[in-house]
Design a protein around this ligand. Structure first.
Ligand code: G4P
Length: 325
């Protein structure tokens, strides 16, 4: 079984305020010097909203793979190489760590070196640099801005031309424009929608959590079977079960039973999604760069932790649970 059934009916989700935000961004981008496009390092492709990418294309822009502390380091390195290979600047960070802000500051300076040099020639060295921060909901924009601005954070509200409804934050010589998160008007694939749901960028209350958990199990089993087997003490036979039965087996294994002995699959599903989001399964990346995908997942697995189906109670990732959010 694959994850094709995941929330097929309910996953279309584009509230009106997101359409409004897109319109606003198309106007605002004219007035900024650069755009930071925040992506989730666990799903760099699925978290890249093409509408936001089109807006960013108008200015020097930088792809920021955030939450790198939750992602598979080998795959993150490949993704950074891939974005850079496309001629785009790219940096992997964890916005929760101060070093993340420093890495981005260096990368922004580098991306904007030409502009800085021109400003210096015109005697405007030290001129403020305006940067739009864009991304999907929950990707870490607020966290990033807080870390980036640090103690220097201040609302840069008193500049002429500042319009109500969007927030400028002064951070050193940067003015950051904080934009609300925007999803897709229409998802290009079910896989994209499912991946966004797994990481929590689509509100859970419009999703069927059991379908979501079954889809997550399907995907995890395909890319990191050893971790799944290790964490939930699954036999090879259990690991090969259809996703719904696997969900039941995991629930039973955790003693999540209702009166009459039936497995409480709703509880098991909530537990699985929570554990995935809290990084209890270790550092995981669900997508490979396009080149890697063509070469097959095996090539990637060779570089990272070997993850063949594990024996019951098999070894867990050494980093499992290390990066709990
Ligand atoms: P947004 O503005 O783009 O919507 O995202 P926001 O900064 O609110 O971050 C969403 C969640 O992601 C927050 O967790 C935040 O702590 C977490 N987060 C942001 N950047 C990183 C990162 O680099 N690594 C990790 N591990 N987590 C990150 P939350 O559970 O919603 O809130 P809280 O428990 O942190 O208060």
């Amino acid at each position: 079984m694959n994850g094709d059934g995941v929330n097929r009916r309910s996953i279309q989700w584009f509230p009106g305020h997101m359409a409004k935000t897109l319109r606003l961004m198309r106007q605002e981008v004219r007035g900024v010097d650069a755009v930071l496009l925040l992506l989730d390092a666990r799903i760099p492709r699925s978290s890249l909203n093409p509408e936001l990418e089109a807006i960013a294309a108008a200015k020097p822009h930088l792809y920021v793979l955030n939450k790198a502390d939750l992602a598979d380091p080998a795959l993150t390195a490949r993704w950074v190489r891939w974005f850079c290979g496309q001629g785009a600047g790219c940096v992997a960070i964890s916005a929760k760590q101060k070093s993340g802000a420093a890495a981005v500051r260096r990368a922004v300076d580098e991306a904007l070196a030409g502009l800085m040099a021109r400003n210096a020639q015109r005697g405007m060295a030290g001129a403020r640099v305006r940067v739009m921060v864009a991304g999907i909901p929950n990707v870490g924009k607020s966290t990033f801005i807080n870390t980036f601005a640090g103690a220097a954070r201040a609302a840069a509200a008193d500049r002429p031309g500042v319009t109500r409804g969007r927030q400028w934050i002064a951070a050193g010589r940067y003015d950051l424009l904080d934009m609300p998160g925007v999803l897709w008007n229409k998802f290009d694939s079910l896989e994209t929608a499912s991946n966004l749901a797994f990481i929590g960028s689509i509100k859970d209350d419009i999703l069927d959590l059991e379908e979501l958990a079954a889809g997550l199990l399907s995907q995890m089993r395909a890319v990191y079977p050893g971790r799944l087997a290790g964490r939930y003490k699954l036999t090879e036979q259990q690991l090969a079960l259809p996703a719904w039965e696997l969900l039941e087996a995991i629930g039973r294994g955790r003693g999540m039973l209702m009166r009459g002995g039936e497995v409480d699959t709703a509880r098991a599903a909530a537990m699985l999604v929570d554990e995935f989001r809290a990084s209890r399964w270790g550092r995981i990346t669900l997508e490979t760069p396009p080149d890697d995908a063509a070469a097959g997942r095996a090539a990637v697995s060779g570089e990272q932790q070997p993850d063949a189906p594990a024996a019951p109670g098999g070894p867990q990732q050494a980093d499992a649970g290390k990066d709990e959010a």
